[in-house]
Write a new protein. Structure first.
Length: 217
């Protein structure tokens, strides 16, 4: 005797929507999550789950940072007046940029009478600073310069990080006409023939530890 079993098929209940879900279409030809632009996919998932998108990590480079500024710039500006000071700054800037190009430095920022530049070689950075110093003396002005080497974060055409902060503190310790470097820079240029004079141990504001500084001879 044959028995027949009948089944009544019912559709699955309609799934409940996920709160906050959205459709995101990403460019590409791959459908697997581990192929193509994985970072973009992970960023979308992270933002959905946490509400925060961190984005890609900034690039980091090893560089020598150079800071320069004009000595007694406020007094000189008051003496020359606005027009005269502006003309002097234009000449100063032209000399600085000429030397940066000559020594393959990268101008990062210019604030008033000061420059921030980066170099991929500390010896060239030192020689550039010394050349700038000699060049601007023809204008009747003195500069001070400070250098440090370390890892910098690069965002667009800007650099940041503790290495940049240290460089800015070093230039603040420099005397008029002096090119002052951290011990890191001095150690990196051993064998270059560049001479230094010991300027002792200093505490740099906001920077942990003590720092040995040296003036370029």
């Amino acid at each position: 005797m044959t028995h027949t079993v009948k089944y009544r098929l019912r559709p699955d209940p309609k799934p409940e929507p996920i709160p906050g879900a959205k459709l995101v279409e990403l460019p590409g030809v791959d459908h697997t999550p581990y192929a193509g632009d994985v970072d973009t996919l992970v960023d979308e998932i992270e933002e959905f789950l946490t509400g925060i998108r961190h984005g890609p990590e900034p690039d980091r480079i090893l560089a020598t940072v150079l800071f320069t500024d004009i000595v007694e710039s406020t007094q000189r500006a008051a003496k020359l007046g606005d027009r005269g000071w502006r003309e002097l700054l234009e000449q100063h800037h032209a000399i600085v940029r000429r030397e940066l190009a000559r020594f393959r430095g990268q101008e990062v920022d210019t604030a008033g009478d000061g420059f921030l530049a980066t170099f991929d070689g500390p010896a060239r950075a030192i020689r550039c600073a010394a050349s700038i110093h000699r060049g601007v003396r023809s204008l009747g002005i003195e500069i001070r310069a400070g250098l440090h080497s370390g890892e910098c974060e690069v965002v667009g055409d800007k650099v940041s990080g503790i290495a940049v902060h240290i460089g800015s503190r070093v230039v603040g310790m420099a005397k008029p006409g002096e090119v002052l470097v951290s011990s890191t820079v001095k150690d990196l240029v051993v064998g270059s023939g560049i001479l230094f004079e010991d300027r002792g141990v200093h505490a740099l504001k906001g920077v942990p530890g003590e720092w040995y500084l040296f003036a370029v001879g």
